[in-house]
Design a protein around this ligand. Structure first.
Ligand SMILES: [Zn+2]
Ligand SMILES: [Zn+2]
Length: 373
């Protein structure tokens, strides 16, 4: 379908001034605005056509290109993107900026922002994570200024509508073929200007405060779990809702246990003699001591699993286990007597090494085999 001439679309002469073009566009936009012509695709088409013509003819560079080369000089599809001429919502946003916002009449929308979400890193002990606990945290937060009730204006004065964005909080910037919506640089999106700023908040309407909150930590939480405190984030702007506060769990390093999901692991040093002869040793669990019977001839690396002595999952009802890793300890700082006994012991062991030290013996055999090949 051939495109209509932009001047024809707006019904202006080729030597029309920018003011003429604007005026013509406003008239057309009012007439064909989709709000006034619900379910009328033809109106939408006219509206878009007018908007496109307006955007080209009010941009000196593009207008010159159009005058010289026609549609080919400014065709947005030829440019490969055409973002500025995009869909309906785009056109919709612009109309308020150009017509209703600037003129001060009709609808005005100032930008409403939800407050930012906040993050609080809470370090807790493994015991608290396992059992659950309740704690209080003190957090900095931007809250509505009590002096001006969030308006930013000195008591007794009123903020006025921002003249740059007409109260929108957003402005459109034309960059080549692109029309970009940006937060208004003058009012930073609030849509308001404050002639006499409130002394308490310097006109921002918000002040930095601290608040103390109770946090309930459910039993079983793990590193990185987040607890959401709804609405406890930063206050919103222009009556927008507050953000949320996320308490992020960090678990302190424990002196005995390491955690792997719901299982706990711990090292269990066993004396050389106990490992050989067997015996009973006490090991710590999260709820007190437990006894483990060490069978005779226990080796390093053996794992004793205590069922249900781990952590109960926060999302499940199952308990993890406690896994005790045996480390046979070589005795140190030996006395002369101890050395003498061990040498005697060694001499006896060597008489039948294959029987008393099967691991060493089999290893030695493998080594020999390797060098014999
Ligand atoms: Zn204030
Ligand atoms: Zn503004």
């Amino acid at each position: 379908m051939a495109k209509k001439d932009y001047y024809e679309v707006l019904g202006v002469n080729r030597d029309a001034t920018e003011a003429d073009i604007k005026k013509a566009y406003r008239k057309l936009a009012m007439k064909w605005h989709p709000d006034r012509n619900p379910d009328n695709p033809k109106a939408e088409e006219h509206f878009k056509e007018a908007k496109e013509a307006y955007e080209v003819l009010t941009d000196a560079q593009k207008r010159a290109a159009y005058d010289q080369y026609g549609h080919a000089g400014v065709d947005p599809s030829a440019a490969g993107a055409g973002a500025g001429f995009g869909g309906f919502s785009d056109a919709f946003g612009d109309i308020f900026g150009d017509i209703f916002g600037g003129g001060g009449g009709g609808r005005q929308r100032s930008t409403v922002f939800r407050g930012a979400d906040l993050r609080y890193n809470l370090e807790i002990t493994l015991e608290d994570a396992a059992r659950g606990s309740e704690t209080r945290i003190r957090i900095p937060a931007m809250e509505e200024c009590e002096t001006c009730h969030g308006t930013g204006a000195k008591p007794g004065t009123q903020p006025s509508t921002c003249t740059t964005c007409g109260g929108h909080g957003q402005v459109r910037m034309q960059q080549g073929f692109f029309s970009i919506q940006q937060t208004c640089p003058r009012c930073h999106g609030t849509g308001k200007m404050v002639a006499h700023p409130c002394a308490t908040c310097s006109g921002s309407g918000r002040v930095k405060k601290h608040k103390t909150l109770a946090v309930k930590i459910p039993a079983g939480v793990d590193e990185g779990d987040r607890i959401r405190l709804s609405g406890e984030g930063e206050a919103g702007v222009n009556g927008g809702p507050s953000g949320d506060l996320y308490v992020v769990i960090q678990i302190k390093r424990h002196s005995v246990f390491t955690r792997d999901h719901n299982d706990l692991h711990c090292e269990m040093p066993v004396s050389f003699t106990t490992a050989a002869l067997g015996g009973e040793i006490e090991i710590p669990t999260l709820d007190g001591y437990a006894k483990i019977r060490i069978p005779a001839e226990t080796q390093t690396g053996k794992i004793f699993r205590l069922r249900g002595k781990g952590i109960k999952g926060v999302r499940s009802s199952s308990h993890g286990d406690l896994l005790c890793h045996v480390v046979v300890e070589t005795p140190v700082s030996l006395t002369a007597k101890q050395k003498e006994l061990l040498q005697e012991f060694e001499a006896l062991s060597n008489k039948d090494a294959a029987r008393h030290n099967p691991r060493a013996k089999s290893w030695m055999d493998r080594v020999k085999e390797f060098f014999a090949e």
